[in-house]
Design a protein around this ligand. Structure first.
Ligand SMILES: NC(=O)c1ccc[n+]([C@@H]2O[C@H](COP(=O)([O-])OP(=O)(O)OC[C@H]3O[C@@H](n4cnc5c(N)ncnc54)[C@H](O)[C@@H]3O)[C@@H](O)[C@H]2O)c1
Length: 444
């Protein structure tokens, strides 16, 4: 009998040797907390709490095998000492000045890192106030057209590439006005024509993303902006092996929502209403005070419940949910957001109950480890033969309020499904068995 041909050995993941350049768009509260935090960890001043790549472990094999290495020892990730930062902002403040303005990290922490943070000075930004009404920047590029601005960014990416071994770009800039996908976004060709004709449908975040993806640079999006969620960018991402993922860091209230809602569904408890409100006093809060930017955030925050609770499958439990999300700009709190949730649930025979959540969080403290993990994982994706040319990295949904998926596929918002998906992807690319939690083998 003829033997089956041997399947070719999997192509190897390219090792993470050398420097990883991180180009950060928007050096505000999140970005400076991320950069200063990485430097504090490098110097042994603090721990990278909240980062799966730095502190997480991953179980391999059976529960009885006792194999649970650190994630960063299991997969070939760039080390923190190899990260080199640069970025853009519409203000000239260096990272030290911007961090001091953001008031997230204590003065004492920033003083210890001052010379390093001062050395990172923003490049002039691609910016247009039409897309972020509450900001008025002075440190802004001039260009004849959107194409010209994209070319200027491409030149800066190329120059930075000469100083490092690999590059990733992450948007930590402001939330732009709500933009619906239109004709200009449908293909690389229409998008490029739009760059030439200054099409209003192309926002600054898309000019950065276009420049990154054209140069084969992976792109992460920390804001809810449309940015890469369009066919043109998905095509460019695949064509140039520049991985992308969803948008809007999943940090405070939505993080909680995507933990609680799956629990209600798992126990078949009904939800009549979910009222979420926030007070927030940082620059992000000020930008979101503009109704057009808030609309972008609102869409991102509202999406999660429908997908998790599946009202079409469970009409008796979830069809009539009243879901409301508010964000109120309240300067005294600065970055220390307070997010309240009132959840009206109902149980056996329809009897009502209430749950109140009051999350006194620190926005940028929650977002910084997410920015770090996204940068490291996108760089891993770019070095992984199986992942680098598929475009959307759905396994990174874990970090995002609005995961991006293949056309026609609904996103997974349940944090624990997302966590399993991420870890199984890591096991898969490293040739380890997936963990299904079936567990019957222990009872043979
Ligand atoms: N902190 C969180 O928990 C969290 C969670 C999810 C999403 N986000 C999003 O992350 C983004 C950053 O949040 P933040 O608190 O750091 O806000 P921030 O206002 O402190 O920082 C944003 C920075 O981006 C700059 N900027 C705006 N447009 C730019 C452009 N076109 N080019 C270059 N720079 C530009 C601004 O000048 C500012 O310095 C926001 O969009 C926010 O909605 C934050």
């Amino acid at each position: 009998m003829a033997t089956e041909p041997q399947t070719a050995a999997k192509e190897k993941i390219v090792p993470a040797t050398g420097k990883l350049g991180v180009m950060v768009v928007g050096l505000g509260a999140v970005a400076t907390t991320f950069i200063a935090g990485v430097e504090a960890v490098r110097r042994g001043h603090a721990l990278p709490i909240g980062s799966l790549t730095q502190m997480g472990t991953i179980r391999l094999g059976k529960r009885t095998d006792n194999r649970s290495p650190l994630v960063r020892e299991f997969i070939p990730l760039a080390g923190l000492n190899d990260l080199v930062f640069t970025g853009w902002d519409i203000f000239e403040d260096n990272v030290y000045e911007s961090a001091a303005h953001a008031k997230v990290l204590e003065k004492e922490t920033l003083e210890q890192l001052k010379p390093y943070l001062e050395s990172i000075k923003p490049l002039p930004a691609v910016f247009d106030q039409h897309y972020v009404k509450r900001l008025n920047g002075t440190h802004v590029k001039k260009g004849k057209s959107k194409r010209d601005l994209a070319n200027q960014l491409i030149e800066e990416i190329r120059a930075f590439k000469k100083t490092v071994d690999r590059v990733v770009m992450i948007w930590c800039g402001s939330t732009e006005i709500f933009i619906e996908p239109g004709a200009v976004h449908q293909s690389v060709e229409t998008f490029e024509k739009g760059l030439d004709s200054n099409d209003a449908g192309i926002a600054p975040s898309q000019i950065y993303a276009y420049a990154a993806l054209s140069e084969g640079v992976p792109f992460a999006n920390g804001a809810p902006n449309l940015t890469v969620d369009i066919p043109a960018m998905i095509d460019l991402s695949k064509k140039n092996s520049a991985p992308i993922c969803g948008k809007d860091f999943k940090t405070g209230q939505t993080f909680m929502k995507t933990v609680l809602a799956p629990a209600f569904k798992a126990r078949l408890l009904g939800v009549a209403g979910w009222y979420s409100t926030n007070i927030l006093g940082n620059r992000d809060g000020e930008v979101l005070d503009d109704p057009e930017s808030f609309k972008t955030k609102e869409e991102s925050k509202l999406g999660v419940l429908d997908y998790i609770l599946q009202p079409d499958l469970y009409p008796d439990l979830y069809k009539n949910i009243y879901h409301k999300v508010r964000i109120n700009y309240y300067p005294p709190r600065g970055d220390n957001k307070e997010g309240w949730d009132n959840i009206d649930i109902f149980g056996w025979l329809g009897y009502p109950m209430q749950i109140k959540v009051d999350f006194l969080c620190r926005d940028s403290i929650l977002a910084a480890p997410i920015a770090l993990d996204l940068v490291l994982f996108l760089d891993l994706a770019k070095r992984t033969p199986e992942l680098k040319s598929i475009g959307i990295q759905e396994w990174l949904s874990f970090y995002l309020k609005s995961p991006q998926t293949a056309p026609g596929l609904y996103p997974e918002h349940d944090l624990f499904i997302q966590s399993m998906k991420l870890k199984n992807t890591l096991r898969h690319i490293m040739g380890e068995d997936l963990i299904t939690h079936l567990g019957l083998e222990y009872y043979d």
